[in-house]
Design a protein around this ligand. Structure first.
Ligand code: ATP
Ligand code: MG
Length: 662
């Protein structure tokens, strides 16, 4: 097993005398160190898999890691191994320890749009900007482990005092609903471990060795969790690359790399310098680019994979032509080199850039997989069904109750709901609980009360069954009973209704499959649904399709050929970041993009694009100018006229099509 590692990697795998940080550039085998170390701990050191936890950045990365370890151990004893994201680990801990925190084990997990909904009610506004601002302030406070009271105390001015009040109201609401948001999934385990020593002891005895990938993107709370769990033993290996820190906007803090050194004076640091991913030219591009950032740590990276092809720079007249050119070049390249579609990735800064490429790929009948886009689980029809599941798991979940009881409408009017809401609020009970009270029945009268009671009884019955029966049966009966399909077709034209219904069926098939695979009930699965990250694509790895992804979602991955598109001022670097002086984070993002490529790298930009219906002039990104110019080909140095390039591309493609007889 160790023979497939270089000497410093081997050293990192074998080092068990204390905390270890592997600090190294992209593609140097940091993730490989983690997978091999897990196998080494299990096979050579005889540590039980159930005492090891590896933490990855996405669920997808977790699945992949689990698979790789399985392969390394050739099927031996990887059972019980925890490979998970910080959030899933937090959820796993909280489910078992909820009582210490005054929660029931079946609390609801809210995603960002659910919590925006709650803030919407508190702020009495639908102004998205205002809601987002409150969300981000609250999130920062949570990550800094500040309670609402502490936030109020620390408030410097009226605005902050106001926000602290909103924070308080938000927390009270979550409590009342027995719900947690994403930040709570990390913050509450930290709070628990700080206050309940038995709980900490139990979990640090269980998770005796921690391995953390993408360490540069952990936030303060996550850092604390690692520190608490690994205790004075400092039994952990963290791997990271400060040049790839791209989540500052979500509270991640590269300074955690320094904190490790302060908090663990015996921290061993190992550096890896050989890159096994990219050719020399690609690596040189990455190195010269990132040399423009001030360095936290000195790192060198080299590759012996040969000089490789020059880096192509493509310029297009406008965004549509950019998509055409990119897809054309991709097709030509694939044809000439007999590669697979899956060997290509188109990477971009923001989700909104995907649409035009999707369109073009569809025109050309090229299969593609999109990740990092709007989550499937964020669609209205899916959220409607999830509301029922949340209610089955946690009847205190008022937002789920409101959504379920009104979708489809079942003769329960706003008047009834208002009275129900007031009744529940006065008594500090959930809507669900209030529905059963004689006092409410009296207020509403039997006629209005009846449909409400019927709904709640239906939920109660289904809850009973959901605890015991297989997912598939419960889901089928749920859909039947609520008449969702008929309702969809009532609400909308046939086509959109059919699309939505197909999505619902796909969701149900997915949850049934998960239920069967993991031997879990629908109730047990419900909490994890919110955690399905927008960074995770739903599809399988093995599909032969072009990958479309945001740069953020491409972290840690590699592709033979990468098209980095929209490499323009205002996009990469993003305008807001330029205005806020966050150019270094943008440069790291570009660095992440470049270092995904193994053999081929194409940077593309266009001269104008439509924004909000208006044409805007675009300049090539300053980052192109920062690269080693001798390695670039194409329009990078203003030589090629986009029209000429397009004509040339079309001619080439026509040739190929003719040969293919298309
Ligand atoms: P990133 O910073 O992008 O996350 P990384 O440092 O985690 O990159 P890996 O993904 O672990 O790097 O490795 C990059 C590629 O190099 C992978 O394909 C991996 O299999 C290969 N690799 C790493 N180490 C070795 C080695 N010693 N011998 C052969 N191949 C290696
Ligand atoms: Mg990695």
């Amino acid at each position: 097993m160790l023979s497939k590692l270089n000497p410093p990697q081997r050293e990192a795998v074998k080092y068990l005398d204390g905390p270890l940080l592997v600090l190294a550039g992209a593609g140097s085998g940091k993730t490989r160190v983690i997978t091999h170390k897990i196998a080494y701990l299990i096979e050579t050191c005889g540590i039980s898999a159930s005492n090891i936890a590896a933490i990855t950045f996405t669920n997808k990365a977790a699945r992949e890691m689990q698979e790789r370890v399985g392969k390394l151990l050739q099927g031996k004893a990887a059972r019980g191994l925890t490979v998970t994201t910080f959030h899933s680990l937090g959820l796993h801990i909280l489910r078992q320890e909820a009582k210490h925190l005054g929660y029931k084990p079946r609390f609801s997990v809210l995603d960002a749009s659910d919590s925006a909904g709650i803030l919407n009610d508190i702020l009495k506004t639908t102004d998205k900007k205002e809601i987002r601002r409150a969300q981000s302030v609250i999130s920062n406070w949570k990550n800094a482990m500040l309670s609402p009271a502490a936030a109020a105390e620390a408030a410097q001015d009226e605005t902050e005092r106001q926000l602290a009040k909103i924070y308080q109201a938000y927390q009270d609401t979550l409590r009342a609903y027995q719900a947690m948001d994403f930040d709570d999934l990390i913050r509450l385990p930290v709070e628990l471990f700080e206050n309940v020593p038995e709980a900490l002891e139990k979990w640090s005895n269980k998770l005796r060795y921690l391995l953390i990938d993408e360490y540069q993107d952990t936030n303060t709370c996550q850092y604390k969790l690692v520190k608490l769990l690994s205790g004075s033993r400092g039994a952990f290996t963290a791997v990271g690359d400060d040049d790839q820190a791209i989540y500052a906007w979500r509270g991640a803090n590269v300074e955690n790399l320094h904190l490790l050194q302060n908090d663990f004076p015996n921290l061993q640091v190992i550096k890896l310098e050989q890159n096994y991913r990219s050719t020399v030219r690609i690596l040189r591009a990455a190195n010269t680019l990132i040399a423009n950032n001030p360095k936290l740590f000195e790192k060198k990276l080299w590759s012996d994979l040969g000089l490789g092809d020059p880096i192509q720079v493509m310029a297009a007249k406008d965004d549509e032509q950019e998509a055409e050119n990119v897809v054309m070049r991709l097709q030509t390249h694939k044809f000439q080199n007999r590669t697979r579609f899956a060997d290509y990735a188109i990477l971009y800064r923001g989700n909104h850039q995907a649409r035009i490429f999707e369109q073009q790929l569809r025109n050309e009948k090229i299969p593609y997989l999109l990740s990092g886009g709007q989550s499937f689980f964020d669609r209205t029809e899916i959220k409607d069904i999830i509301a029922y599941l949340r209610l089955l798991a946690n009847s205190d979940d008022d937002p789920a109750f409101i959504r379920a009881v009104t979708t489809p409408r079942r003769g329960i009017g706003t008047g009834t709901l208002e009275k129900l809401g007031n009744y529940a609020a006065e008594r500090h009970i959930s809507l669900f609980a209030a529905a059963f009270e004689a006092g409410l029945e009296h207020q509403l009268g039997a006629k209005q009360h009846h449909p409400l009671l019927e709904f709640c009884n239906f939920i109660n019955n289904l809850t009973d069954r959901a605890e015991r029966e297989p997912c598939a049966e419960v889901m089928a009966d749920l859909l039947n009973a609520i008449g969702y399909e008929a309702w969809l077709f009532d609400q909308e034209e046939d086509r959109p209704a059919q699309t939505k219904w197909n999505n619902v069926l796909e969701f149900v098939a997915w949850i049934n499959k998960k239920g069967e695979e993991d031997g879990k009930t629908v109730i047990e699965l419900t909490q994890t649904i919110a955690l399905i990250n927008i960074l995770d694509s739903r599809e399988d790895q093995d599909v032969d399709a072009v990958r479309l992804s945001t740069l953020h979602a491409a972290k840690g991955l590699e592709y033979p050929h990468v098209f980095l598109v929209g490499v323009e001022e205002g996009i990469l670097p993003h305008r807001e970041s330029v205005d806020n002086g966050q150019i270094e984070e943008e440069r790291r993002l570009m660095y992440v993009g470049i270092t995904r490529a193994q053999k081929g790298l194409t940077l593309s930009h266009c001269h104008k694009r439509k924004r909000a219906g208006e044409w805007q002039k675009c300049d090539p990104s300053r980052f192109i100018g920062e690269l080693h110019q001798e390695d670039l080909r194409g329009a990078g140095r203003g030589e090629t006229d986009p029209e000429a390039q397009k004509a040339e591309g079309s001619a080439r493609l026509a040739q190929i099509r003719a040969m293919l007889g298309k």
